[in-house]
Design a protein around this ligand. Sequence first.
Ligand code: FAD
Length: 442
Amino acid sequence: MTEATWRNWGRTVESTPTESVFPTTTAEIARIVQRAADSGTSLKTVGAGHSFSACAATEGIQLSLDNLAGVKAVTPVYGPDGEPAGADVTLWAGTRLRDAGPLLWELGLAQENLGDIDEQSIAGSISTGTHGTGAGFGSIHTTVTALQIVTGTGEILDCDAQQNPELFAAARVSLGALGVLSCVTVRCVPAFALESTERPSTLDEVTGDLEGFLRDGDHVEFFWFPHTDLIEVKQNTRIPASSELRPKSAFALKRGELLTNNAFGMLCRTVARRPGLTKHANAISGRLMGKSTYSDRSYKVFSSTRNVRFREIEYGVPIADAAEVLAELRSFFDAAEFPTPFPIEVRAVRADDAPLSSAHGRDSVYFSVHQYVGMDAEPIFDHVESVFRAAGGRPHWGKMHSLTVDELSRLYPRYDDFVAVRDSVDPERVFRNEYTEKVLPA
Ligand SMILES: Cc1cc2nc3c(=O)[nH]c(=O)nc-3n(C[C@H](O)[C@H](O)[C@H](O)COP(=O)(O)OP(=O)(O)OC[C@H]3O[C@@H](n4cnc5c(N)ncnc54)[C@H](O)[C@@H]3O)c2cc1C
């Protein structure tokens, strides 16, 4: 047990837990939760600390499942004609996605879709609704078929669509507010590879029919260099795992690393000192983005390395309204009054039914706006948030936003169902923190 300052990856949150604990069994988690409940202390589970919001911060007990990781069980799944269709893989909740990828590949399996980094823990990733891109694919939590959770009363509950179904539905995206997830069962698909094409283009290609553009392919997204009309399009196409793979060469990897991390970091430091240069810097970044095609194991293609630290706001808006949102953002960033050197990422995600999923009930387009840690984020985030809110946008729970209970309860049709489940499994609010106090009722 230690008492030390904790900071998240984005350096947007700092807290001083009274103690940090690293249980290695579910029974031990239950004992720790019981102790917290008995003493009236709050407890928060932290994953990889990769949320920009304060959802994982605590001034009480910080519980990490870094020592509870790996594959617990594998149950094969068959299609309608008895053909192998993947497996339900139960992962200990602290498993990092970067470890799950190779472990699953060895089993001939893969996660259906992933976000663009793989540092997160499986429990942390689903708890905020982490998503990748692909209008035909849901966020990571939509692939979860069962969970084990330690509730605020120290009970260990297994839940799935049949057993404790309300808890299961709510716990898939639950901000650590319903309990400590100890196991997460993920419906994995047979291992597959991705062929990735990255190419430079301009906003003109996407603005005519943004929805059509994002729906045209398995996993389509683009990075827009704000204050310019330059974009980098990334299209990942699913191909069989047995395909002859053409991974990025060592040279291409090195070049990518230099461009997206080293040179980009230098550029960010420069524009932080001279913000007036941002527009020109972004034009250079946009032009440096070349065309490349490569193929590799799915988990390797989905994720990238992010070494230049940033802050981020991300909202999901209904897919039909995304073009209008993009136009609004364009007029704001064209004025270049508040510069950012970071590209804006635009992705699409299929609707789902988790009560607190930001894609609840609607196919969504997500806009991620970033700011370099050394530059002022507030005026940009304030403005873009007003654009997202006007479009009925819902914030990513793991990213920065200013919404509170009143507005959130109107944005989520099943918000009250979530609150009712919380009342039943954590009546004493053991899992409270400043963030839950902001986004959930007392
Ligand atoms: C560089 C970077 C890139 C990112 N890329 C993407 C992306 O492509 N797509 C996207 O959607 N998001 C992205 N994110 C956001 C990130 O995926 C989410 O914030 C995610 O929740 C972080 O996971 P984590 O393991 O770090 O969890 P943490 O941030 O540590 O915790 C997140 C929440 O999960 C809860 N939690 C963690 N473990 C448990 C558990 N065992 N039981 C119960 N609750 C638990 C915590 O209490 C907290 O509320 C990115 C973030 C960064 C920093």
